[in-house]
Design a protein. Structure first.
Length: 384
């Protein structure tokens, strides 16, 4: 409030479009800071118009905000990249050094010069002195103010900025160019390097591509050790690998955690296998023998079709009745029998596809026609 009731207090003006973009409080404060730049004499540095203002003056200009609120809104403007700050936060200093994050225009320079007399003995109407362009000195170093600005406005660590100094000096001395504001060039160099650093850090955190799954895939030694320590037979693990690979290749996209999936797959199959394998005294197979329901559950875990297994029951019974042998678990024998024939079927299919791709007249050792009927009828390796 003003001391005289005849003079109304100054009205606050702000842009509705700006308020919609950066927030109402931020737009009000930014407009007041802009007005101060227009009516006071800022200092031009690195192409920006810098002005120092007292904290109590801002609080008197905006009496509806407490110091903590003023600090919060200033911090928001800095975080949004609208405002540059060259002094400690407003709540811990009596004065605030600030600049709008846009290059000072020629008109702004002229208004800054004519708005108020300069230092004693200086001509108020004279243009601001312009530094002459010069090459970069060999031992050039950024000012402490610039390092603090990089930390405040861009969250760039001080050490990161200093780590870029050697490359910066080497690059510009090699080019031999001259410039008026090497600190501004260094700021651009450091912010560019910081963006690339953050991009590389983000790419490094992306999940790795899942490993390729082909017929040569094997579980890691760590995975095999975990399973064998759990009591799983190593031969059982080896026999389950082709079925596991076939299942995930048919699905088209292997999981990113193949080893974990394989361990889970083996544990389920091993538990079911042990339940089925438990038996009493050896007995011959009966003519009406049927596998237990658990057998089909195990085959389903191996992604073997139940109808395929049922079609093999007849020949399985005939073979073992003719052999006259006795076993403690016919379920286990039948599991081996079905898995053997399931693998044989897929080998035949793959051999046929390979033969179709061959030129006429070529021969493949894997074709079924290369085996005699007697070989097929006498092959009882599945029963071992």
């Amino acid at each position: 409030m003003t001391d005289s009731s005849l003079v109304p207090e100054q009205q606050l003006v702000f842009s509705p479009g700006l308020a919609a973009t950066i927030g109402l409080e931020e737009a009000i404060l930014l407009q007041q800071l802009h007005n101060l730049l227009q009516h006071r004499s800022p200092t031009l540095r690195d192409g920006y118009a810098w002005l120092e203002v007292e904290r109590h003056f801002l609080l008197r200009l905006l009496p509806f905000w407490e110091p903590a609120q003023l600090h919060r809104i200033l911090r928001s403007l800095v975080d949004k990249g609208v405002l540059l700050v060259g002094s400690p936060p407003i709540h811990s200093a009596e004065r605030l050094l600030f600049a709008l994050n846009e290059p000072a225009s020629t008109g702004h320079r002229q208004s800054a010069v004519h708005s108020r007399p300069g230092p004693a003995g200086a001509d108020a109407g004279a243009p601001l002195p312009r530094r002459s362009a010069a090459p970069l000195p060999a031992h050039w170093a950024p000012s402490e103010d610039l390092l603090q600005l990089l930390a405040l406005n861009h969250n760039i660590p001080r050490q990161f900025a200093l780590d870029q100094l050697e490359d910066f000096i080497y690059y510009w001395r090699e080019r031999g160019e001259t410039h008026h504001a090497w600190e501004n060039k260094f700021r651009q160099h450091v912010t560019g390097a910081w963006r690339r650093h953050q991009q590389q850090a983000g790419e490094a955190q992306r999940p790795a591509e899942p490993p390729a799954l082909d017929r040569h895939w094997r579980p890691s030694e760590d995975a095999v050790e975990i399973m064998t320590r759990g009591g799983v037979d190593r031969e059982f693990i080896e026999e389950a690998i082709p079925e596991f690979v076939l299942y995930w290749r048919e699905r088209g996209e292997p999981p990113a955690t193949l080893n974990s999936k394989f361990i889970q797959h083996i544990r389920l199959q091993w538990a079911r296998y042990n339940n089925v394998a438990r038996g009493g005294d050896p007995t011959p197979i009966s003519s009406d023998w049927q596998p237990d329901r658990d057998v089909y559950d195990i085959l389903r875990l191996s992604h073997i079709d139940e109808a395929f297994a049922r079609n093999l029951i007849g020949e399985f019974i005939v073979y073992w009745r003719d052999s006259g042998q006795a076993h403690t678990s016919w379920n286990s024998k039948f599991l081996q029998h079905v898995k053997y024939h399931w693998a044989r079927q897929h080998q035949v299919q793959q051999a046929g596809q390979h033969h179709d791709r061959q030129q006429p007249g070529s021969h493949s050792a894997g074709r079924t026609r290369d085996r005699s009927l007697a070989d097929d009828l006498n092959d009882t390796s599945w029963a071992n």
